[in-house]
Every structure is written in structure tokens, then in C-alpha cells.
Design a protein around this ligand. Structure first.
Ligand code: NZQ
Ligand code: ZN
Length: 384
């Protein structure tokens, strides 16, 4: 296990009725930017709950709606202008990962003197940020308890990640009841996204980190166990899913171990090129990632087969094949096809994805830094 320093200061308010308590978590006298997405929170009553909590606490606030899935720089800059004009000094994100991510960008951009896109595209340091809180309505990304955000720019067709400890939310509300209105497509997307987050911190070369392995396996097993109930709208299953998705990407599983974010990096390019939902791009690419890296990941694939899927007997190659098939079957069962075939994407995508990553210096990838442009092409071609 590698050395690490771990510090996650995000305060979690979990459970029914917790939105009512956000007023205690926001400094008295703060002027709040209440930011949300395309309107789901108005239809499901979350907007009314947040409004009541802010009003009840005597907090001044201005609303900004319309943050889209795969949040866009262009939209977010409109919110930044509003916040600067109204001297807003606290950002409250109410929605899914896109709203949380978008608000991290807004929080960093408000006090930034230069061109805020440089924070994303050039890795300019986030020296200061407006404090942020989150009311999560979609279990999936883990953004509610991490330092990262993924921002798209319509004008250039880019989708890029950035992050800073300064962007970790001061608090996040995880009320499973807010998820009751989710369409099945978004629940399935969230389950697959969280599952792949764990795989990318787990399916690497072995690292003598048994605690992280067992924690990762616990999250994977929980996702498998609660997925049917969560898809059917069962409240307890939704609650377990919400916590599992947060645990999947709050930094805890990643400490001390190698990571391989290849599936995500290729997935972001595919969303940028095609507009396909984030989780679906992961399911599209993942079979290629394990096919091409099967040797390097062999020990962990066998462990994954045994401990997560109960496949501990018989020929090792057959066990690995079966674990991959079971994983793809799990994605299918929550409505998410896997492989390029599920999305009708042509072979020519392979060269496009590789060229885009190479052009911006996004390579090599993989836990050993061995995935170059040619390997990216092979992965996309192998993702059938
Ligand atoms: O915009 P509204 O009207 O709110 O509708 C949203 C949106 O259309 C809807 N929705 C959310 N909560 C709902 C609801 N509909 C009904 N009831 C509710 N309770 O769901 C749709 C999708 O929302 P979105 O926020 O885009 O989904 P998700 O949470 O999956 O976020 C995806 C974004 O997060 C990024 C992805 O790249 C993508 O841009 N990621 C962020 C990460 C991070 N910050 O650590 C890591 C992830 O790997 C990921 O890359
Ligand atoms: Zn993801």
C-alpha cells in the first residue's frame, strides 16, 4: 500500500427531512446563489423545500436554473455574472452531478481574476473559491463528497475535468426521498456510474491493500444487491444506493492504491463527440478496457470474479470471462447496454477518441501509464 494523506471535510446530512436543516449549515448573513438544473426540482417539491429552508433561516438568495446535463461553461458563466452582480457569496447546488459540478466551476470562477476556462483547460490553480453546499437528487457521480467537476464547452466540443480541495462542498444533503421522481434511465445510469467508479479504483495491479479491496468489494456487492429494488423505486434500496454511490467516489477507496481512469477518460470523449449519457459511455468502453488490459489486471479480475460474483471454481480464463459477462449482464439489467454495439457507434470512433486525447496531452493512461494512442484505438475497437 502506498503512503497517503486523506482528508475529506464534507459534512453529510443523510436522510428524510434533512433539507429543512440547510439553514444551519450556511453562514448567517450569506447571500446565496440557489442553482439548479432543467426543472425536475420544481416538479418534485425539492425546490419548495429548499426555498422554505432558506427563507426560514432568513437568508437572502437569488435563483439560477437551467444548468444542463454535462454542464456547459457558456451557461455557467451566466451564473457567474449573476453572482458577481448580486454579490452572492455562497453557492447552493440542488440537483444531480451536473448541477454539483457546474456549481463547483461557478464557485471557483466567481473570485477568479482571469479567464475561468483556464481553471479547467489549463489547470490554473483554484486559489480561492466561494463556499458551496449541495442538495443531491441523483445518486451517481459522488460529486457531492469529492473535489472534482467535469465541465463541457459547447463552442469547442470539449469535456474536461478539474478539481481542487477548495471545491469540496461544506455540506451535502442526501435525502433518498428526493430520488423518488427519477426516471428509470437515470437510476440505471447512476448505478453503472458508481459501479465503474469503484472498478477504476479496484481493477488494477494488486497493491497489498486488503482494506481498500474489501471496501471496494462492499460497495460493488451493495450496488448489485440493491439495484433491483432501486430500479423498482423501493425507498430502502434508494437510500442504500445513495450512500453507496457517494462512497464509491469520495476518495476513500482510492487512497494507497493504483487507479486506472481509462474508462472515464475515453467515456468523456465519447460524450463530447456524441452526447451519449456519461454512464452509458462507460458501459460502452469498459469491455474494451478489460479486454486489452486483461493480462495486467488478471489477478484482480480473478479476485473480482471470486469475491463479487462468487466465481471461484474451474478454469481461470473461464472465470474471468464469466465475471465480465456477469458485469455486462448487470448493466443490461438496469437498462444500460454495454459495448459499442449497444450504441451503434462505428469503428472510426476509435481514431477520433485517440486523436483528441493525444492532441491535448491526455495520454498515457492506465495504472502503469502504458496506454498510448495506439492502445486507446485498440480499446475502442475491442469494446464490442
Ligand atoms: O436538470 P434536471 O431537470 O434536474 O433533470 C436531471 C437531468 O435531466 C435529471 N434529474 C436529476 N435529479 C432528478 C432528475 N429527474 C427527476 N428527479 C430527480 N430527482 O436527471 C438528468 C441527469 O442529471 P445529471 O446531473 O446530468 O446526471 P448525473 O448525476 O449522472 O451527472 C452526470 C455528470 O456528472 C459528471 C459526468 O461527466 C456528467 O457531466 N461526473 C462527475 C464526477 C465528479 N464530479 O466526480 C464524476 C463522474 O464520473 C462524472 O464524470
Ligand atoms: Zn463517472
Amino acid at each position: 500500500m502506498d503512503n497517503f494523506t486523506f482528508h475529506n471535510p464534507v459534512k453529510i446530512l443523510f436522510g428524510a427531512g434533512q433539507i429543512a436543516h440547510i439553514g444551519r449549515e450556511i453562514p448567517a448573513g450569506a447571500r446565496v446563489l440557489f442553482a439548479f438544473g432543467g426543472g425536475s426540482i420544481k416538479a418534485n417539491g425539492v425546490h419548495a423545500q429548499v426555498t422554505a429552508a432558506l427563507t426560514g433561516a432568513g437568508l437572502a438568495f437569488a435563483e439560477f436554473g437551467g444548468i444542463e446535463p454535462n454542464p456547459r461553461y457558456e451557461t455557467l458563466m451566466t451564473a457567474v455574472e449573476l453572482a458577481r452582480a448580486e454579490r452572492l457569496d455562497f453557492v447552493l447546488a440542488v440537483g444531480g452531478g451536473s448541477v454539483a459540478d457546474g456549481c463547483k466551476f461557478i464557485a471557483a470562477a466567481i473570485p477568479f481574476a482571469g479567464e475561468p476556462w483556464d481553471l479547467v483547460a489549463r489547470g490554473e490553480a483554484v486559489k480561492t473559491a466561494v463556499p458551496l453546499g449541495v442538495v443531491l437528487t441523483l445518486p451517481a457521480t459522488g460529486s457531492e463528497m469529492n473535489a472534482y467537476a467535469v465541465i463541457s464547452r459547447a463552442a469547442t466540443g470539449e469535456k474536461l475535468g478539474f478539481g481542487s480541495p477548495k471545491l469540496m462542498p461544506k455540506f451535502s444533503v442526501l435525502d433518498p426521498d428526493t430520488t423518488a421522481s427519477l426516471p428509470p434511465r437515470q437510476v440505471g445510469n447512476g448505478i453503472v456510474d458508481a459501479f465503474v467508479h469503484v472498478l477504476e479504483q479496484y481493477l488494477t495491479v494488486p497493491a497489498a491493500a486488503p482494506m481498500q479491496d474489501r471496501m471496494a468489494e462492499a460497495v460493488l456487492a451493495t450496488l448489485i444487491e440493491v439495484a433491483p429494488g432501486a430500479m423498482a423505486g423501493d425507498r430502502d434500496a434508494r437510500a442504500a444506493l445513495m450512500w453507496a454511490a457517494t462512497m464509491a467516489l469520495n476518495g476513500l477507496l482510492a487512497v494507497g492504491v493504483p487507479q486506472d481512469w481509462t474508462t472515464h477518460m475515453l467515456g468523456h470523449e465519447i460524450t463530447a463527440l456524441t452526447g451519449i449519457d456519461h454512464a452509458r459511455t462507460l458501459a460502452c468502453v469498459w469491455p474494451g478496457v478489460v479486454a486489452v488490459q486483461r493480462q495486467g489486471k488478471r489477478a484482480k479480475l480473478l479476485q473480482f470474479a471470486a469475491r463479487v460474483w462468487g466465481l471461484a471454481e474451474g478454469d481461470e480464463e473461464a472465470r474471468i470471462d464469466a465475471a465480465i459477462a456477469r458485469t455486462r449482464g448487470f448493466f443490461a439489467a438496469v437498462g444500460v447496454p454495454s459495448g459499442r454495439g449497444g450504441y451503434d457507434l462505428p469503428d472510426s470512433l476509435a481514431g477520433q477518441v485517440a486523436a483528441r486525447l493525444e492532441a491535448r496531452g491526455g495520454l498515457p493512461l492506465g495504472e502503469g501509464g502504458a496506454i498510448d494512442a495506439a492502445t486507446v484505438r485498440r480499446i475502442v475497437l475491442a469494446a464490442v
